[in-house]
Design a protein around this ligand. Structure first.
Ligand code: M7G
Length: 309
C-alpha cells in the first residue's frame, strides 16, 4: 500500500481504545487496490497512535485555550503546529485483515495458563503447525530483501548458518529514541518459538545480543544497559525473533510477566542446563497470559483442569 486516504475507510467498530498508550484501533473496510477495482472492499484494521512529543521549541504549540485558572494554577488545551518532521500520529494498517488479526487487536480479558510439555505437544504444537506460511510472509519479504531492505540495521554474513538481521519494528516511529523498538529476526526457519531453543543456539543468541548492543550504540547512542532484549511466548509469529527495546519504554502489553522472557535469562538457562537429551525449554512448564480471543484460549483453559495445582 503506497498511500492511505482515511476518507475511503468505512469504520465498522472500535476494536480497542487505550488512553494510556494513546491508541485507538478500528475495524472497517478499504476500497480494493486499483489493479482489481471490481473486487469487493477489503476488511482493514487501522491502529492510530499519538506519537511522543518532540523536544520543546517555542513553535511547538500553535494555539492555546484556557480551561481554568485559580490562585497559582492554570490549565489549558493546546494545538500542535503542523510539522513535516514531527508527525502527530502513527497509523498502522493491516489490509486485508484476517480473523486472527481481528481477534489479536480486539480488547479482551486475559487468564493465566500453565503449559506443560505434554500440553505443548498435544495442543500448542498442532496449533503452531496449522498456521499457513502466508502468516509469516512479511518475514519472508524482509529476509529476501523484498521489503524494508533500506531499513536493515544489521545483517549476518551470508555464510553464517545461524544468521539473523536487525530492523526497526513496525511499532516504532523511527525517530523517538525514548521509544526505540527493533527486532532481530533469524534468517532461517527452524526455530519457531522458545520451546525450540537448545544449547546449540547459545552462540547465536549471544551474537544477537552483541550485534544489537553495538548497532544501537553506533546509530542511536544508547548503552547496552539502556536496552531490554526479550522473546515472547506465545508470540504472534512463529519465526524466531528477539525484541530490542529502550529499557525505559515500559508498560507495553507485550512486556507482561509471563509473555516476555529476557534474552539474558534464556541464554543463562540454556547454559546451566545439564547435558540432557532434551533442552530445558522442552522440559519446562511455561506459564503465560492468554487473551480470550486467542486461538489457544479455549483448549488451554479447558486443559487447566488436568494440571495438578
Ligand atoms: P511477536 O512476539 O510475534 O508478537 O512479535 P506481537 O506482535 O504480539 O508482539 C512480532 C513483532 O514483529 C512485533 O513487535 C510487531 O510489531 C513486529 N512486526 C509485525 N509485522 C507484521 C512487521 C512488519 O511487517 N515489519 C516490521 N518491521 N515489524 C513487524
Amino acid at each position: 500500500m503506497a498511500s492511505l486516504n482515511l476518507e475511503n475507510f468505512e469504520c465498522q467498530r472500535v476494536l480497542n481504545e487505550d488512553p494510556q498508550t494513546h491508541t485507538v484501533t478500528l475495524l472497517g473496510t478499504l476500497p480494493p487496490p486499483p489493479s482489481s477495482p471490481e473486487s469487493p472492499r477489503h476488511l482493514a484494521i487501522i491502529r492510530i497512535e499519538k506519537t511522543a512529543l518532540p523536544s520543546f521549541s517555542d513553535t511547538l504549540v500553535s494555539n492555546t485555550k484556557l480551561i481554568e485558572s485559580t490562585d497559582i494554577y492554570s490549565w489549558f488545551f493546546g494545538w500542535l503546529r503542523a510539522s513535516e518532521n514531527n508527525p502527530d500520529v502513527k497509523i498502522n494498517v493491516i489490509c486485508p485483515a484476517t480473523e486472527v488479526h481481528i481477534r489479536k487487536y480486539s480488547n479482551q480479558l486475559v487468564r493465566i495458563v500453565k503449559e506443560t510439555p505434554e500440553l505443548y505437544g498435544r495442543i500448542v504444537k498442532p496449533y503452531i503447525d496449522a498456521f499457513p506460511a502466508s502468516r509469516t510472509k512479511w518475514v519472508e519479504n524482509v529476509i529476501c530483501g523484498r521489503s524494508e531492505s533500506e531499513k536493515v540495521v544489521y545483517k549476518s554474513p551470508p555464510d553464517d548458518p545461524m544468521g539473523f538481521l536487525i530492523i526497526p519494528d513496525m511499532k516504532w516511529d523511527l525517530a523517538t529514541v525514548s521509544s526505540l523498538y527493533l527486532i532481530a529476526i533469524t534468517l532461517f526457519k527452524d526455530i519457531r518459538s522458545l520451546r525450540d531453543l537448545t544449547k546449540k543456539h547459545v552462540s547465536m543468541l549471544k551474537n544477537i545480543r552483541r550485534q544489537a548492543h553495538q548497532a544501537v550504540k553506533d546509530r542511536w547512542g544508547l548503552e547496552a544497559t539502556e536496552l531490554r532484549l526479550f522473546v515472547h511466548y506465545q508470540p504472534s509469529y512463529y519465526h524466531f525473533h528477539v525484541h530490542i527495546v529502550n529499557a525505559n519504554y515500559s508498560g507495553l502489553t507485550g512486556m507482561a510477566v509471563g509473555q516476555a522472557h529476557m534474552l539474558d535469562d534464556i541464554i543463562s538457562l540454556l547454559e546451566v542446563d545439564g547435558s540432557q537429551e532434551t533442552s530445558i525449554f522442552q522440559r519446562m512448564t511455561l506459564s503465560y497470559g492468554l487473551g480470550e480471543q486467542h486461538g489457544l484460549y479455549v483448549p488451554m483453559i479447558a486443559a487447566q483442569e488436568e494440571i495438578a495445582r
